[in-house]
Structures are given as C-alpha cells and as structure tokens.
Write a new protein. Structure first.
Length: 256
C-alpha cells in the first residue's frame, strides 16, 4: 500500500471556518493542494471570494461563503450551501475564534464571557452537529478543532480564552468517544505562538519575543504554514486510527 496515497484528499469536501487569513487560510490551501474541494469562509464575502480566486488560480477547487460563526442561522446556511454545492461535508475545520480581551479574570464582564464561549465553543459544537448526518451517512468524517496551548496551561491575561480552548479540547474528546462508531474522527490541534494578525500583540512585542528566544525549545514563533501539514494528516486516511488526539504544534511551549 502506498503511504503517500493515504494523504490524498481527492473527492473530499472541506469546510474551514475563519480561512480568509492566518492559520485557517494556510490549512484551507493545504487541503486544496491535496485535492479537497474547499469552502473558504470568514465574516467578509469580499475576503473569502479573494482567497477562493487565489486558490483557483493555482488550479485548486474552492468556493467562498461568508459566515459569522457566532450566528446560528449563518452556521446552518454555511453547511446547507456546502451540501447543495458539493453533496456533503467530509472534513470540518473549526478554526475561527475570538479573543476580545487581554485581562485578568476579575476584570471581565459576563457578556464578554458569553461572546468568547459562543464563538470559540458553541460554534464548533453546532457546526459539528450540522455536519454529523452527512459524515454518519458516509461512515467517514474528520473534525479538526483548532484549540490552543492556552487550553492546557494558563497565561496571565488570556485566562478566559484558555477556558474556551480547554472546553474545545473536551468537546473534541467527547465527539471522538461518541462518534467513533460512526466512522467520524475528531482531533484537536494546539498551536503555540503563530505569527498572524490574531497574535500580533504578542509577536510584535520585543520583550515577549526575547522570552520566546531564551525559553522556548525551538526559540521562535512559527508561520501559519507550520500548522497546515498537521491538518492534512488529521483530515486524511493517513490518520485513520487517530481520534481524540490533542496535538501540540508549539515549538515546545508545553515543556516550559
Ligand atoms: N496565532 C496564534 O498564535 C494562535 C495560537 C493558538 C491558537 N490559535 C488559534 O488559531 C485559530 C486561527 O487564528 P489565527 O491566528 O489564524 O487568526 P487570524 O489570522 O486573525 O485569522 C482569523 C480568521 O478568522 C476569521 N474570523 C474571525 N472572527 C470570525 C467570526 N466570528 N466568524 C467567522 N470568521 C471569523 C477572520 O476573518 P474575518 O475577520 O474576515 O471574519 C480570519 O479569516 C484560532 O482558533 C486561534 O484561537 C492561534
């Protein structure tokens, strides 16, 4: 058997939330490069159309569909439109997330708690439920939840964000344990410091980067493409016996 072929995503349909830039875009492009038909999604139709066009120019199959992941009607519409277009969903990457505050817990209002949980946890729960019937019917599906090392080890100021990512890790493991019998796998990726807009306040801070260089085993922040190969592995048959895994791509952060 060819191991290389196990990574092939030809004929698969992938939805990647928050894929107009950053980690989501890198993952969407990698899945498309391996043959998947990819739905590029974010809140801006203009932004997702531009990324879909960029992918098509490279010979990939891609469609842009706008969706604010915090809105149930838009979540439902995203999956319905995907199914109408491509006949199902084989790969769901729950990537979009928010972190509107950098604050100790006592300074955070309840409505901010609700917003973070809605976008970072409830949306992932809901998208997976919308995809479930199609994955179950095919007895095959891969859910990839983009969590964070913050979900396993707290950092000052990122406590509530960490709570949301911790919940996402448990959602991943619950999905894996309940849905394995239907051929549906669910795994979490925990990135460390990746150079995107989301984390710019961290990687553009000289003091923080000095700490990274002196304490982190790999001594640097990463590029979004350094998460993409892991997503291809988890999306494909190469990981057919992997479910409920929480995989770090963190330069060794969890060792520090
Ligand atoms: N960067 C890091 O260091 C790091 C570390 C650990 C984990 N992560 C996780 O990695 C994931 C991606 O983050 P990133 O760093 O790649 O962020 P990013 O570069 O800022 O990209 C975020 C993407 O999500 C979209 N988005 C934001 N809010 C959305 C919403 N409510 N509904 C739909 N789309 C939304 C954005 O597009 P629009 O603005 O057009 O909607 C954009 O496409 C997140 O789950 C984050 O928690 C990141």
């Amino acid at each position: 058997m060819s191991v290389k072929k196990l990574f092939d995503l030809e004929g698969k349909v992938a939805v990647v939330t928050g894929s107009s830039k950053g980690i989501g875009k890198a993952i969407a492009e990698a899945l498309a490069e391996y043959g998947a038909k990819v739905i590029v999604s974010s809140r801006s139709q203009e932004a997702v159309d531009a990324v879909a066009e960029e992918f098509k120019a490279k010979g990939y199959e891609a469609t842009g569909i706008a969706c604010h992941v915090g809105d149930e009607d838009q979540r439902q519409a995203l999956i319905q439109k995907t199914v109408a277009l491509y006949g199902g969903v084989d790969i769901l990457v729950n990537n979009a997330a928010t972190n509107p505050v950098f604050s100790p817990l006592e300074g955070i209002e309840n409505n901010v708690f609700d917003k973070i949980m809605d976008v970072n946890v409830k949306a992932c729960f809901s998208f997976a439920k919308h995809c479930f019937p199609f994955m179950k019917e095919k007895k095959n599906g891969s859910i990839i939840n983009i969590a964070s090392v913050e979900g396993m080890k707290p950092s000052l100021g990122l406590g509530l964000y960490g709570v949301s990512k911790s919940a996402l890790i448990m959602l991943t493991q619950s999905q894996a344990s309940e849905w394995g019998k239907y051929g549906i796998r669910s795994n979490a990726i925990c990135p460390g410091l990746i150079k995107t807009k989301f984390s710019k306040a961290l990687w553009s801070n000289e003091h923080i980067m000095k700490q990274v260089e002196s304490h982190l085993p790999l001594q640097r922040a990463a590029d979004p493409t350094e998460i993409a190969g892991l997503a291809v592995y988890l999306a494909s048959q190469a990981s057919s016996y992997t479910t409920g895994a929480v995989v770090n791509a963190d330069g060794g952060h969890m060792l520090t």
